[in-house]
Ligand binder design. Structure first.
Ligand code: MN
Length: 418
């Protein structure tokens, strides 16, 4: 696969995250227009509600784009997803016939506000990077108990909250919570002192299984509509006190940010990679019939208020031990129903080097080893006013499949509970 050229010139460069090869789906608004569905091409957005109204796209279901979510497209299934992608590729390709009809429906991304791209049905988060699980386990339980005995057999996860999933650019309020430092006799209540990120990829589920009916790993992969960047903001001090025996609760319930563009599974197809060789054979229901991870370069930057950003981590999604398809198959294995709009967090993506870790907890080893930013400031966790940015892209021959960015700035905790 090489760069596919478009009549939208800004898309025809390996510097653009959104060439014709990509065509990610989002929801945007401009002054005077309500939020609606659009597709990114170069530095523009094609207004699909307007294109649909002009009769240039006609899905079998009737109109689906003049709404602030992609769920109605997802519900129609994989054949329609493929038809839509084929139609958009044809409309936007360099030799397309309808350029003059389409041009008025392009909006500059710089003039648009992005919104949540889909209605999140439910959010589940996993724990699937071996280096991350080993690092966190070592800090929380000691090196001898780092990797739990189930970890090599089960994709470990917890049911999170859909209500606090927000789109990139939304400010994040520092949570309050119950905290008990190791030396304290009793817990206290107040602002989190160990606020952290988790660099993750989110899988957007576009299919469903009925309650009581499990799915195979292949069926699970077929149910995935696309992927977004995901920052699973985490309050480490709240987490350390609350997490046993039922796992994270308030420590991860206050906010999860996602990038505004859903990068489709179809766009990522050239970048598929297998999960690693298994130390212990997986049970048959978790075995992958083909490669279901992706070669996606990821990075994290941090910027103190009003200052330049420093890149603090670079890694790749291909380090994961379990794919989203395996996680979904496991999730449904009890008969749990998956729904259109479910969001599946990959788990923190950490490589083996310090510079490839996906959380500050790991980079600074629980606060013991500060990072020095390019500004000269030091950090062990996030301070009020800091902005954290995730970026991601798969790199092909002369083009990239970019995710854009997932950004959040921390605001002070609200006075409560004193
Ligand atoms: Mn997480």
């Amino acid at each position: 696969m090489t760069l596919l050229t478009s009549w939208v010139q800004s898309a025809n460069t390996d510097q653009s995250p959104f060439p014709l090869n990509n065509l990610p789906y989002g929801v945007f608004s401009t002054r005077g227009l309500d939020p609606r569905c659009g597709v990114a091409i170069g530095d523009m957005i094609l207004d699909l509600a307007a294109v649909e109204e002009a009769g240039l796209i006609d899905l079998p279901s009737g109109p689906v784009f003049d709404v602030p979510f992609w769920n109605e497209v997802m519900e129609q299934g994989a054949d329609v997803w493929a038809q839509l992608r084929q139609r958009l590729t044809s409309l936007l390709s360099a030799d397309a016939a309808d350029q003059d009809l389409l041009r008025p429906h392009l909006v500059a991304q710089s003039d648009a506000q992005m919104h949540m791209p889909f209605l999140v049905s439910e959010f589940t988060d996993f724990y699937a990077s071996r280096d991350h699980a080993t690092n966190v386990g070592t800090m929380f339980r000691g090196a001898e108990n780092a990797l739990p005995p189930n970890w090599l057999h089960i994709p470990i996860g917890y049911n999170g909250r859909a209500s606090s999933v927000v789109v990139s650019g939304t400010d994040i309020t520092r949570p309050n919570g119950q905290i008990k430092p190791p030396h304290a006799d009793a817990p206290s209540f107040g602002p989190c002192q160990r606020l952290d990120i988790e660099l993750e990829l989110g899988a957007v589920v576009g299919g469903a299984n009925p309650l009581g009916q499990p799915v195979s790993v292949q069926e699970a992969d077929d149910m995935i509509f696309g992927y977004v960047l995901l920052n699973d903001w985490s309050a480490r001090d709240i987490q350390a006190w609350e997490y046993q025996p039922l796992g994270p609760f308030q420590a991860k319930a206050f906010a999860t940010s996602i990038s505004p563009w859903i990068v489709t599974k179809a766009a990522l197809a050239p970048f598929r990679k297998p999960t690693p060789v298994r130390e212990q054979a997986l049970l048959p229901y978790l075995q992958e019939p083909g490669p279901m991870l992706y070669d996606i370069d990821l990075s994290v930057s941090m910027a103190p208020a009003g200052q330049a950003a420093t890149t603090i981590s670079r890694t790749n999604y291909d380090v994961m031990y379990y794919s989203a398809a395996q996680q979904i198959a496991h999730h449904a294995s009890s008969g749990c129903a998956m729904n259109v709009g479910d969001l599946i967090g990959s788990g923190t993506i950490s490589g083996s080097e310090r510079t490839a870790r996906g959380s500050l907890l790991e980079m600074c080893w629980g606060g013991k080893d500060p990072l020095t930013l390019d500004t000269g400031e030091q950090r062990t966790f996030i301070e009020d006013g800091d902005t954290l940015t995730l970026t991601g892209a798969a790199h092909g021959d002369g083009y990239q499949i970019g995710f854009g960015t997932c950004v959040g700035t921390i605001k002070p905790a609200v006075p409560f509970g004193a």
